[in-house]
Structure formats: structure tokens, C-alpha cells
Design a protein around this ligand. Structure first.
Ligand code: NAP
Ligand code: MG
Length: 405
């Protein structure tokens, strides 16, 4: 078989621990034998970030802006323990956070469905995608422990030095807590644009939930911006494609999600998205059965797995023990990236190759061959077999080879 040409270079961002090990296996066995592709490679393993004072992370983000599409392995976000373990110059911030900020992107997640792992919610038949606003609110807050009775106020002073607003938060009669949060119109507009673009690309309905009845200025601004974006740029396109934009209160959205059959994008404010994406991930079966893509308003894409570096399995691997780590999300990060590259380049053979890899992976699990995380949640069947990390990838490779003959 002739190798398939990938027209434009792909930005490849390597990572840490068990996912780094699986990353190489996936490339060697499922991709490189079949593709001629130029990879613009960035090694973001923690040691390299430390050596370059984290400049390499910014360079990787710039490369995604240049080439348009990238794929990223999971990376360690260092904490105090990691600083000691790797003897780091400092506690570098999360590479995902850095890249997200550089691309001003929104993270979209969706479950990978297989027929023998049923979602915990019976009505869910199709994937529920989540779009999480990745800026502001409690993640960029200012908070204070009130030690004694007193008055808490919020003040806004313009750059011109004028006090434009002052409001009372609370007259405290004793100790308590206060918190200030913010968001910006610019970031909310990007979020809305990314959500409409993603839902339209995927041809699925868009739901957005907030609490504008209680938060009449803050959440109401989110609702307003989504409506404006819909009216200005999407109403016609959505109608033509038979799609719906639906706004409702966040608690109503949660109640409806439990009854829907899925097949929609659920746009969530930052905190709602943090909480709800973990709920969806676990309800659909396993952390390793979620895809994740960062979409920027300019149309740059970064595909990744939504789980971390699977450190516990890596510790076993280092000791020479066998692991049963699931590479599905990493495989789908690569296929998502290849499909998008093929769509942009107008090379249907690349899109078709991506589909073949995905089908081979799905069929492997559906034939009963699966890693330990899925054995726990799969429909019991005598043909189910728990396999090791490398065995699973070899089984996918076998099926892929047959498809490509
Ligand atoms: P994790 O790597 O997602 O793993 C948590 C647990 O989930 C694992 O111990 C394993 O459970 C299960 N799991 C996750 N992925 C799996 C897979 N592919 N196959 C089988 N089981 C899987 O989270 P963590 O242990 O909290 O974090 C480890 C490192 O990852 C941290 O340094 C963190 O900073 C980093 N991280 C990176 C990203 C990213 O780059 N996108 C995201 C999150 C975390 P069992 O042990 O029970 O088998
Ligand atoms: Mg979370």
C-alpha cells in the first residue's frame, strides 16, 4: 500500500509518563506505517519545560497558530512534590492553561461510545458534548476571610481615575467570607463564537445554561452575548441545517440533560463545565473514553486526551510490571487532528484514514478486547478479555491493517 500524504505539517506536542509511552506506540503502530506526514515536534515533558524556562510551551502554541492544527499528549502540571521529584527551577504553570490562554480557546469534550459500555443514564444514546468556558469566574477570583464585624463593599474605578460604581456586599455582624469574580465581554464573545462554530461543524444542537434570574447582571451578560452572537451570525445557518440554539436556566439544563437522548453541545460556564464534564466522563464509562479539543475563535485546533499522564500506571511500568492502560483517548486525539487537517486541506483520503483508525479501535473494544478500566464497566460477556497496554494497541493495529488492504 502507498502511504497517504498529509499535505500540511501537524504540530505534535509530546508529554509525560504513561501517556508518553502510549503516544510512541500509537504513532509507531497505527500512524507512521501508513502516513507521510511532517511533524513539527515539541517535547513538553517536564524536564524540557524546565530547561527552557517554559518557553517551549509558548513556542508550541505559536506553532499551532502558524499551522492551524496540533495534537498534544498529557503533561504533568507540577506541584510541590513534582518540583522536588524533578528538581525544578520553579513550579511551572499548567501547559494546557498556557496554550489555552495563547489561543484564547474553548475546550470541547465528548465521550467515545462503544456498544458494550452503556452509559449510566439509560436515555443517553448519542454523545453529549461539553463546551467549557475556560476563563474567569471563580478560577480568577479575589477572596478574603472576614475576621470580624464590618462592612464589605465593591468599588470600580475607571482608568481615568473616576469612581464609577460602589455597592454594598454585606454588613458583617461577625466573621465570614467574601469573593470577587469577573469576566470580560471579549472572552465571553470568543466562548460563544467557539460554541456556535463547534455545534455547527458537528451538526448538533446547542444548549446554554446560566442563572440569569438570580444573577441579573453577571449571568445575564453571558445570556445576552450568546443571543447577540446567534442573531448576528448563526440564526440563518442553524435554521438551514435544522439546528436549534436553546437557552435555559442551568438547573433546568441539568434536569433536561438526564432525560435527553444526547447528540447536543452543552455550553457551560467555567465552574459548571469543570463539574459537569467529570460527571459526564464517569457516567459514560471511563476517563480514557473522552475526546478533548481546544478550539480558538480564529479556527486553530488542538486535540488531546482529557485524562492526565496516568502516573500510577507509569510507576508500575518503571518497575517493569505490566500495565493495562487505555490508549483510546490518545488514539482519538490523533484521529481528530488528522480528520481536521484533512478537512482543511481538502484531502478526503486523510479523513478516511482517520475514520479507519477509529473504527479499528472501536471494533477492538466491541469485540471484547479491552483494558482494565473498561472491564469494570463493560456489559459482562464471556468473550471479554482484559489485555495489557501494548496488546491493546497491537490488536487495533491488526484490525487497521486489514481495513487498509
Ligand atoms: P490521571 O492521569 O487522569 O489518572 C487518574 C486515574 O484515572 C488513574 O490512576 C487511572 O485509575 C485512571 N485513568 C486515567 N487515564 C487512564 C487511562 N488512559 N487508562 C486507564 N486508566 C486511566 O490523573 P492524575 O493521576 O490525577 O494526574 C496525573 C498527572 O497528570 C498529574 O501530574 C497531572 O498534573 C496531569 N494531568 C494532565 C492533564 C493534561 O495534560 N491534559 C490532565 C489532567 C492531569 P487507576 O489508577 O484506578 O487505574
Ligand atoms: Mg474537574
Amino acid at each position: 500500500m502507498n502511504k497517504i500524504n498529509v499535505k500540511t505539517p501537524i504540530v505534535e506536542i509530546d508529554g509525560d509518563e504513561m501517556t508518553r509511552v502510549m503516544w510512541q506506540m500509537v504513532k509507531d503502530q497505527l500512524l507512521l506505517p501508513y502516513l507521510n506526514m511532517d511533524l513539527v515536534y515539541f517535547d513538553l515533558q517536564l524536564k524540557k519545560r524546565d530547561e527552557t524556562d517554559d518557553k517551549i510551551t509558548l513556542e508550541a502554541a505559536e506553532a499551532i497558530k502558524k499551522y492551524g492544527v496540533g495534537v498534544k499528549c498529557a503533561t504533568i502540571t507540577p506541584n510541590k512534590d513534582r518540583v522536588k521529584e524533578f528538581n525544578l527551577k520553579q513550579e511551572w504553570s499548567s501547559p494546557n492553561g498556557t496554550i489555552r490562554a495563547a489561543l484564547d480557546g474553548t475546550v470541547f469534550r465528548a465521550p467515545i461510545l462503544v456498544s458494550n459500555v452503556l452509559p449510566a443514564v439509560r436515555s443517553w444514546k448519542k454523545p453529549i458534548h461539553i463546551g467549557r468556558h475556560a476563563y474567569g469566574d471563580v478560577y480568577k477570583n479575589c477572596e478574603y476571610r472576614v475576621p470580624e464585624a464590618g462592612k464589605a463593599e465593591m468599588v470600580f474605578i475607571s482608568d481615568a481615575g473616576k469612581e464609577l460604581w460602589r455597592g454594598k456586599i454585606q454588613d458583617f455582624k461577625g466573621p465570614g467570607i467574601i469573593q470577587g469574580i469577573h469576566n470580560t465581554d471579549k472572552s465571553i464573545v470568543s466562548f460563544a463564537k467557539a460554541c456556535f462554530t463547534y455545534a455547527y461543524d458537528q451538526r448538533i444542537n446547542l444548549w446554554f445554561g446560566a442563572k440569569d434570574t438570580i444573577s441579573k447582571t453577571y449571568d445575564a451578560q453571558f445570556k445576552k452575548i450568546f443571543e447577540q452572537e446567534f442573531e448576528a451570525n448563526w440564526k440563518g445557518k442553524f435554521k438551514e441545517a435544522g439546528l436549534e440554539y436553546f437557552f435555559t436556566l442551568i438547573d433546568d439544563a441539568v434536569a433536561r440533560i438526564m432525560k435527553t437522548e444526547g447528540g447536543l453541545l452543552w455550553a457551560c460556564k467555567n465552574y459548571d463545565g469543570d463539574v459537569m464534564s467529570d460527571m459526564l466522563g464517569s457516567a459514560y464509562g471511563s476517563l480514557a473514553m473522552m475526546t478533548s479539543v481546544l478550539v480558538s475563535p480564529q479556527g486553530y485546533y488542538e486535540f488531546e486526551a482529557s485524562h492526565g499522564t496516568v502516573q500510577k500506571h507509569y510507576c508500575k511500568y518503571l518497575k517493569g510490571e505490566k500495565t493495562s492502560s487505555n490508549s483510546m483517548a490518545l488514539i482519538f486525539a490523533w484521529t481528530g487532528c488528522l480528520r481536521k487537517r484533512g478537512e482543511i486541506d481538502k484531502t478526503p483520503e486523510v479523513v478516511e484514514f482517520a475514520k479507519n483508525v477509529e473504527d479499528a479501535a472501536l471494533e477492538t473494544v466491541e469485540s471484547g478486547i479491552m483494558t482494565g478500566d473498561l472491564m469494570l464497566v463493560a456489559t459482562p460477556d464471556s468473550k471479554n478479555k482484559r489485555v495489557f497496554t501494548e496488546e491493546f494497541i497491537a490488536e487495533v493495529a491488526k484490525r487497521l491493517q486489514k481495513k487498509l488492504k
